[in-house]
Design a binder for this molecule. Structure first.
Ligand SMILES: [Zn+2]
Length: 86
């Protein structure tokens, strides 16, 4: 997937609220486990690297939201997220 497409995916994730629009509370790097990337929807294969990002959720149903993302997708998402911060 090229950089342009990746940025578009990251932007749509930010705008449709699929991922919280903030810095993750925890980020774990490691090899993929075959889970779908929350940003590009493609599985992170076992021979690729991923981040597992975690967001602490409070309010009515406290808990931990976890997402798997490719390293590249995470980088694109961070760039887009920071561009939105003013
Ligand atoms: Zn991805």
């Amino acid at each position: 997937m090229d950089e342009h497409t990746l940025r578009e995916k990251a932007r749509s994730v930010l705008h449709n609220g699929k991922l919280p629009n903030r810095r993750p509370d925890r980020t774990w790097g490691g090899p993929g486990v075959g889970a779908a990337c929350a940003i590009c929807d493609l599985p992170v294969a076992r021979d690729q690297m991923e981040f597992e990002i975690q967001f602490v959720r409070d309010g009515d149903s406290p808990g931990l939201d976890k997402y798997h993302v490719h390293i590249r997708c995470f980088a694109a998402w961070e760039l887009e997220r920071k561009r939105d911060e003013h």
